[in-house]
Design a protein around this ligand. Structure first.
Ligand code: 5GP
Ligand code: ZN
Length: 113
């Protein structure tokens, strides 16, 4: 999508600190980290949010969850980490391109809501 921030990051139109890339996914450091490690993992295809996942496109989501543990290991998150995907306004989603936050490197707050 031409006016999507994360599509522009994937396309290199907007710079980012790349952590990992393959044919399906792109991972980069969050611009406003909420933990010592804060990585965003996104599908290269534009999917709006979790509600946009279908039988036709879910293979990329499975792939993302294969990539996530590898990135966590690469980042040295041996003590654990959190994976978050905000979906919609009530969850505070600010970028309407499906993304998974990897947060770690400290004892994370347990509050969920
Ligand atoms: P959301 O709030 O939609 O779950 O997460 C969007 C995330 O994207 C936020 O954590 C925000 O800091 C991050 N973000 C927004 N704009 C940019 C940007 O231009 N570059 C990078 N690297 N991260 C961004
Ligand atoms: Zn997009």
């Amino acid at each position: 999508m031409s006016d999507c921030l994360f599509c522009k990051i994937i396309g290199g139109e907007i710079p980012s600190t790349k952590v990992y890339e393959d044919e399906l996914v792109y991972a980069f450091r969050d611009i406003a980290p909420m933990a010592p490690t804060h990585i965003l993992v996104v599908p290269k295809t534009h999917i709006q949010d979790v509600n946009g996942i279908t039988a036709e496109n879910s293979a990329v989501v499975a792939h993302i969850f294969e990539v996530i543990p590898k990135l966590a290991a690469q980042e040295g998150l041996t003590g654990g980490y959190r994976v978050v995907s905000n979906c919609g306004a009530d969850a505070g989603q600010t970028v309407p391109h499906l993304h998974f936050h990897i947060l770690g490197g400290k004892q994370l707050c347990l509050e969920m809501a």
